[in-house]
Design a protein around this ligand. Sequence first.
Ligand code: SF4
Length: 506
Amino acid sequence: MADILLIFPRVGYGDLFIKDPPLALLYASSIAVKDGFTVKIVDQRNCYKNWKQIIEDELKAKPMIAGLSVMTGRPIHYAIEISKFIKQLAPKTAIVWGGHHPTILPENTLDNPFIDFLIRGAGSIPLAALAETLRNSNDAFDDIPGLSYKKNQKLIHNQDIISYEKVPFQEIPYHLVDMNSYHRLGNKNIFVIMTSFGCPHDCSFCYAPLIYRNRRWAADSPQRTVDHMQMAINRFKVDSFSIIDDNFFVDMKRAKDIFEMIKEKRWKVSFQLRGVRIDDLDRMNDEMLLLMEDVNVRHIMIGAESASDRILKLMNKKITINQIIRVSRKLVKYPKIVPMYNLLTGIPGEVLSDMKKTVDLMRQLVKENPCCEISMLEHFLPLPGTKLFTIAKEKGFSEPQTLETWSKFESETRADHYPWLTNKQRRYIRIMQVASLFIDNKIKREIKIKRFEIGMLVLFSYLYRFIARFRVKFHISVLPAEYYMLRCFNRLIEKMTNLDFIHKKR
Ligand code: SF4
């Protein structure tokens, strides 16, 4: 039974495809664990059917704190449900929200009766300090950096804290979760790792400059990174790593040193990398790319974002369409590395011709490199505090005013809220988002989940691919039946899915 109960809420239907360990909670609890508090983590994605019973049992020990890590969108819906449930059963337990959403929108979040505290930014120091303060039964909260709370009906926000965790990997309490219960697309032998935090760039749509102030980037040394990986291999018998840094290649020498050290180790593991910039790939030489092939970098997620130079400029992405094409052609020479391109649409100021250019780019990328993959064409999300949020407001966007409305702000339906889009553009975006899922081979190649619903999805992807390619080639968006079918499929998955099937031991 715990002093501190930490809960990771469901994300939604996406839990079926990707379920990473709750790193935010593991990092946040590290100092509290070291200080001798008992901490329990409940991952709602692992107990969707009986989460109420599990939490009720934990509450019998009267934990001082129930902390939730909350991201924008659907997770808010589940976080509200959990928080209200706890408030009802254990009104004396302090409910603490942390994570990206509360950090970006502290006022809007804390102004809810079922939330007592917020932690903005990195959670480990404030969580341990809050637990200590509550244990001593005093209310000297004003010394705790990064904490927001209510006092005399006012919302108080203490000074900011450093926005990234400085926790040695030896102190990350992995024992608090069942590492066997996580997977990416059905691969359970994968270890998700962050080797750096933040990003020195300032893209106008991105959360990183908001969370990591002053465009900070902090990274583990190559030795520490490789030691962390060695620990994962020894302890969890992993065969692949997913590096989920915001921007891995900021320091190219560091990246090269890491790969060289890995090469010396002769591990039989593969790597996926998120957060790869086009300009970094553009400046990479053959030696570096061959080294990456050598150490089995199998998948890189690349932020291409748009095929309109005007929109790329609006996004402050500091890349050009010519660079995107050049990089794509360069990567054809390294077929062991599968590039996955992220593309974004629905930006304020984007017109139909810009959208069509992005869709043409999708097609060109797949045509020129049949190994490449297109991540689902993402709908723009106006995050408060970003430059594009200000532009969206100028164009008539009215931001959600409550947590409940933020929880309904999902990728498939976001475009409905944007006044700068015409109905024709919305229909085009929706149908091209569906088509982007099926124009390449990613569903068959990447998803290893053995389940009836996934079998149906793979079959559908075979049948539908021809229609998807036809729609993309001729920009046809009439009769968007597949958009509604996919929405129903997603909702069905979210309702039906008992994710326990994936918890088998490695
Ligand atoms: S989009 Fe990528 S490069 Fe741009 S600020 Fe965000 S993390 Fe950095």
